[in-house]
Design a protein. Sequence first.
Length: 394
Amino acid sequence: MKKRIYMDYSATTPVKKEVIDAMMNYMETEYGNPSSIHSYGRNTKNAVDEARDIIAKSINAKSRDLYFTAGGSESDNWAIKGYAFANRNKGNHIITTKIEHHAVLHAVEYLEKEHGFTATYLDVDKDGLISLEDLKNAMTDETILITVMYANNEIGTIQPIREIGAVAKEHKVAFHTDGVQAYGHQIIDVDELNIDMLSMSAHKLHGPKGMGALYVRPGIKLHNLIHGGAQERKKRAGTENVPGIVGFGKAAALAHENLEEKIARTTALRDRLIDGILEKIPYTLLNGHRTKRLPNNTNISFRFIEGESLLLSLDMVGIAASSGSACTSGSLDPSHVLLSLGLSHEVAHGSLRLTVGAFNTEEDIEYLLQELPPIVERLRQMSPLYEEIKGGNA
């Protein structure tokens, strides 16, 4: 049987057996509607409350300030649109960055085009970091919201969240962060980091897909995104996805057990990947900050080849990777994140994202480092420009 190695944990993660077992009980046996007053309903309501408490405590928040959603994209949209509509009497200006997930970028663009809001899209440096001075200079009397992702889903760069939160607090502006890639992989304290709203998603930490949450600090006013019944304390209508919520709670509990040790382990795998690729393969470039990055993220650009050909070749030897965000994998356009770093279209098209996780081993890393160099060399043989470089003509 062909060896199969999964290195696309930023796209999604396998659901852990313990999570599946916890969920199955609420599909087969405890299947009541949490809004029902009989024992079936009370049992599932208790399960929802328990999961909410687990996730809230993991970010040093209160259970009452956590709302369940259908995923990270809904959480981002609710935070941005909900806050903008509820607070437009205070101003109409939003600050974000050019490297946000499209759930954020498109939500802000919608507010601009359809509802008259204005927005500033901050540049990033070659490592993907914003400038705090640029942030401060972008503030106006009309600014009501800053939305900057915790860690980038493509290049892994972690933003100076605490400092951004401090700027927001000083100017009495709300701060939302898309924490989808960071939650469960970083130690997050919403009070210490001055975070007013935090988006999370279960399937990035071995939980089920289609399940997310939004933390909202007390005093933050949001318009509802979904109207209907009185679920989620009348803020998010719709019958609760009890198995999904239970699975999210179990995944969150497992993720935060010995989290510092897990961070150290994946960081070691990541560093071996980065060092090995840069040492073995010439004309390569690491994308994102070398150390201020997610512990599992490696993003490399290879000159003289296209990322899609590289992905297909890796898949043929059993290695699953990606060229960037899974949400835009069908697009022929180069990554907006990589272009924002200053990369050319040609270099951006030759990018590879490798993200490791709980089930990867050192042997997996060595196998990748064994298989990747000859694949890159074979693909580069098709490039006339590469032949010129090798021949010393350029």
